[in-house]
Design a protein around this ligand. Sequence first.
Ligand SMILES: Cc1cc2nc3c(=O)[nH]c(=O)nc-3n(C[C@H](O)[C@H](O)[C@H](O)COP(=O)(O)OP(=O)(O)OC[C@H]3O[C@@H](n4cnc5c(N)ncnc54)[C@H](O)[C@@H]3O)c2cc1C
Length: 437
Amino acid sequence: MAQEDHIYDLIGVGIGPFNLSLAALLDEIDEVSSVFFEQKEKFDWHPGMLIEGTKLQVPFLADLVTMADPTNKHSFLNYISKNDRMYQFYFLQRLDIPRREYNDYCQWVSERLSSCQFASRVSTIRHVREEETYFEVVVENLQSNETHVYKTRHIVMGTGSVPVMPKSFQNLPEQDVFHTADYIPNKDRCRTAESVTVVGSGQSAAETFRELLKEQRECGFRLDWITRSPSFESMEESKLSLEHFSPDYVKYFYQLPQKDKDEIFANQGLYYKGISNHTIEDIYNLLYEYSIGEDELNVGLQVLSEVQGIEEKSDGTGYLLDCFHWQKKESFQHESEVVITATGYKPYVPEFIYYLSDFLQWDDEGRYKVEADYRLKKKEDVNNEIYVHSGISHTHGVGSTNLGLAVHRNKVIINHLLGREVYKMPEKSIFQSFDIE
Ligand SMILES: Cc1cc2nc3c(=O)[nH]c(=O)nc-3n(C[C@H](O)[C@H](O)[C@H](O)COP(=O)(O)OP(=O)(O)OC[C@H]3O[C@@H](n4cnc5c(N)ncnc54)[C@H](O)[C@@H]3O)c2cc1C
C-alpha cells in the first residue's frame, strides 16, 4: 500500500502499457521510490477490442522491458517461460502475438509489481511550495471510497486515450449505437440484430467488420461497412516506412518548427490510421468464400460516403443514417438496427492538468509544451517535473502512441530522473537519415 507520510520520487497516473513499462523498469532500480495509480480494478488493455484472432501490431520484442534490457525479469519471454509455454511459442514461430496474450502478459507483470495500485483514481494534483517543493496527489480509492493524499517530487502522466463518439451519435441507446471500444460487451446484441453497420475504416473498424463477417451468415444479419474515405486504405507497413517509429525520427521531428510539425503529422495518417494488410486479406478471403454459389451477399461495403446524422426510426426497429456521397454530391439514407462507430480515439488529458496552468507553458493551440526528454515545460525553474506519455503527438510525432517507442521513452525518462545514463542511448538506430547528416 502507498504511504501518505512519505515523499515519493515519482508518482504515476494511469497504468496502461506506457506507465506499466516504466514501473517494470523501475522495479530493478532501488534508488527510486515510486507508486503508480490506476482507476481500473486490474490492468486491462482496450478490453472491448480483445477480439479473438487480433494481433499486436508490433513484434513481441516491443514488450514492457526488452528494448531497454533483454535480461529484465518482466520480459515477454520470461512470462512465456514461467507459464510453461516455451515450446508452443517456439513452434508458433510468430513475432506478432495475439492481442489477448499481450494483455495477459501485462496483467502478469502488473500483479508482480508492488508499485502498481489499482482501483485508485487520481482526482487532483497540487504543487506545494514549502521548505521543500513537491506535488500533492489526491487519490480516490474506488473500493473503499476513501480519499488519500500522497506526496511526490515528480509525476508521470500515462492516461492514454479515450474513444471519440461524434456528437450526432451520442445520447442514443448504448446497446444499439456504440463505439468499437465497446464491441466485446455488445457482441451478443449484434448476433440478435436484423442488421449491423460499421462506420469508419481504420484498423478497429476492419477488425470489428471481420469478426461480424465471420458471424454474419450463421446469425443471419445484414452487414454494412460505410466510410467517407475514398477507399479501405491499407496501413503503410513497409520496413523503411516503419523506421518512422524510431528514436531517430522522434529526434528529427522534435526539433522542427511547431507549424511544420502540425502539417507533417496531419499528413501521416496512413502510418497509423490505415488497415493492416493481413486484416484486409482476411476480409477479402471471407467475402470470396461466401460469394461461392451465391447470387448476392447480404453484405455491403460503401466508400466515399460520410454519415452526417442518425435518427431513431419512428417504429423503434432501428436507425436511419443520413449519408452523403461527397464525390457525387448526393445524399442517401441507410437503415440499420445496430450501428458501431469506429471513429477513433483522442488523447486523454485529465482536467486537473489545467489547474497547474500557472506552473506550465502552453502553445497557441492551448496544448502543453513538452521538452525533448518528455517533461512538461514549466514557467519557472522548480525542481519538480511532470513527465508525459500521453498527448505528445504534436511535439514528438507519429510514434507517440506506438508501443515500440514506449520503452525508449521510459529510458529517456529514467536517465533524466536519475541524472545519469542508466540506459545508453544509441547514436543511430535505423538505416535511413531524416536529418542532414
Ligand atoms: C484497440 C487498440 C489497439 C491498439 N493496438 C496497438 C498495437 O497493436 N500496437 C501499438 O503500437 N499501438 C496500439 N495501440 C495504440 C497504443 O499503443 C495504445 O493505445 C496503448 O494502450 C497506449 O498506452 P497508454 O499507457 O498510453 O494508455 P492506455 O492503455 O489508454 O492506459 C491509460 C490508463 O490510464 C488510466 N487513467 C486515466 N486517467 C486516470 C486517472 N485520473 N487516475 C487513474 N488512472 C487513470 C486509464 O484507466 C487507463 O487504464 C492500440 C490502440 C487501441 C485503441
